[in-house]
Design a protein around this ligand. Structure first.
Ligand SMILES: *[C@@H]1O[C@H](CO)[C@@H](O)[C@H](O)[C@H]1NC(C)=O
Ligand SMILES: *[C@@H]1O[C@H](CO)[C@@H](O)[C@H](O)[C@H]1NC(C)=O
Length: 455
């Protein structure tokens, strides 16, 4: 069985309901205040640090496309090391560490890191595929921190409002809790790795369920106030490498947009919208007003036939939760009525959700794996079925399970988002045209940038 936790967790991102009243977003442009520790670190004299004392860990994924990008990150690190005339550091790929159940959630690797590098290294530095590292600057940055102490370094994000994706943590004052933007890279000093490892040995992780990794790692290290808060380091950046703002940065950011050849034609994508009678008047009109016209082939699936939309009744009674029965009926219908290579399934309040290749759907329906009940959670069942079939989930940070206001502005600022979810307490048409509507293609990136700066 490969990496089941990964699959299950990745698929669980979309089934949340909102019940709480959230205040209107405030305009926050205040810079993250530099922590006292950070200021102290600037004053202290530099410590000895060799590049080979840093272990680089790349948050890689196992499919060929992502593997290739991660390999390029490694090559880039080693090339810079050679150019600087330095001994090569260790570079690890998360997707190759999957004998540790749930390796992608990082914490399960602490004991391994401690046992293997706990005596001969100084830092573990984590980064993503999109992280650009300036090795010399990184080395200079880390040198300012006393490596014999416990450190948790990164670019700080914080919630402007309490949000369901963080279980409404710090509801009284969500801004006080800082967590790292993983794209900027983040670092743990070895003494902290050793401490986390020995704690995890005595108290193994209880949850095998991850919703927002960066927040959960920070919560774990914070230990309800007994551990460490993130130390914000301004050299960990998500600015574009070419921008003037990035001059001081040890890390910069490469676009999330995949460079994988010409885009799939919309005639080759079948879009299934899940709805039910209750939402024919409330939600379907919003889909029609926003992204429907971008789809060449689209069907609405409901528990009721309405020729004005039109909807297709799949003969599966609507249930409040789960939707497994309905989703499997959609998979079957997709193979029956379409010839396209791709299937996209969305909710009527999703502004995209799950994307399947035709081959994956065929493989699934030829297997015996099915919903154990019609109202079983479809995302978890799909995760478990595909995992059993050896089809791995590919994660994209551009699909969002919640609304734009549920994410830090600083985090969304370096994204071109693909989707958001839930129409609760917002104007979905406005969200669509602000964040998701395609502009004139050539200007798209620029347009988004303007809007985001205006917000
Ligand atoms: C530290 O030890 C591990 C395990 O023996 C080894 O794989 C790694 O390369 C060593 N690192 C350094 C910097 O010597
Ligand atoms: C798909 O086609 C098969 C065989 O004709 C039929 O039994 C099944 O009901 C169809 N399923 C859907 C959801 O249309």
């Amino acid at each position: 069985m490969v990496n089941k936790t990964h699959l299950v967790a990745a698929f669980c991102l979309s089934t949340y309901a909102f019940f709480f009243v959230i205040e209107a977003a405030e305009d926050i442009n205040e810079d993250i205040k530099l922590s006292e520790e950070y200021k102290k670190s600037r004053k202290s004299s530099q410590t000895n640090l060799e590049l080979k004392d840093i272990v680089f860990v790349i948050q890689s994924q196992s499919n060929s496309f992502h593997k290739k990008i991660a390999k390029e990150v490694e090559q880039n690190i080693l090339k810079q090391a050679s150019e600087l005339g330095k001994k090569h550091p260790t570079v690890l790929f998360i997707h190759e560490m999957d004998k540790h159940e749930g390796a992608w959630t990082i914490l399960p690797l602490m004991q391994h890191f401690s046992a293997t590098y706990g005596r001969n290294s100084s830092w573990i530095f984590f980064c993503e595929e999109e992280t650009n590292i300036r090795i010399l600057k990184l080395l200079e940055t880390l040198k300012r921190f006393d490596k014999s102490k416990e450190w948790f370094l990164g670019k700080a994000l914080y919630d402007e409002e309490s949000t369901i994706i963080h279980h409404y943590a710090f509801a009284e004052n969500p801004k006080i809790f800082k967590y790292p933007d993983l794209t900027a890279g983040w670092a743990l000093s070895i003494p902290l790795v050793n401490k986390l490892a020995s704690k995890l040995k005595n108290e193994p992780l209880k949850s095998d369920f991850t919703i927002d990794l960066k927040h959960e790692i920070a919560l774990h290290i914070w230990e309800k106030g007994n551990g460490h808060q993130l130390t914000a380091v301004p050299e960990f950046c998500t600015d574009d490498a070419t921008s003037v703002k990035a001059a001081h940065c040890a890390t910069t950011f490469n676009t999330f947009l995949p460079l994988c050849g010409s885009p799939v034609k919309k005639e080759n994508i079948f879009v299934a919208v899940k709805t039910c009678k209750r939402f024919h008047k409330e939600r379907v009109p919003i889909v029609k007003l926003t992204w429907e016209k971008q789809a060449a082939l689209l069907e609405y699936y409901s528990d009721y036939t309405d020729s004005t939309i039109p909807t297709v009744d799949l003969g599966i009674p609507n249930v409040k939760r789960g939707h497994c029965g309905k989703t499997f009926a959609i998979l079957e219908r997709f193979l029956n009525v379409s010839k396209t290579s791709w299937l996209v399934i969305v909710d009527d309040d999703t502004l995209i959700r799950m994307v399947f290749s035709r081959e994956a759907v065929q493989k699934l329906l030829h297997s015996k794996c099915r919903c154990y009940r019609n109202d079983a959670p479809d995302d978890m069942v799909l995760g478990m079925c595909f995992s059993g079939l050896g089809v791995s989930v590919t994660h994209s940070p551009l699909f969002h399970q919640a609304r734009p206001m549920d994410y830090p502005k600083d985090y969304l600022a370096h994204q071109v988002p693909i989707s958001f979810h839930k129409h609760w307490n917002l104007d979905p048409v406005k969200v669509y045209f602000t964040w998701l509507a395609p502009g004139e293609d050539s200007q798209k990136g620029e347009l988004h940038q303007h809007i985001k700066e205006d917000l």
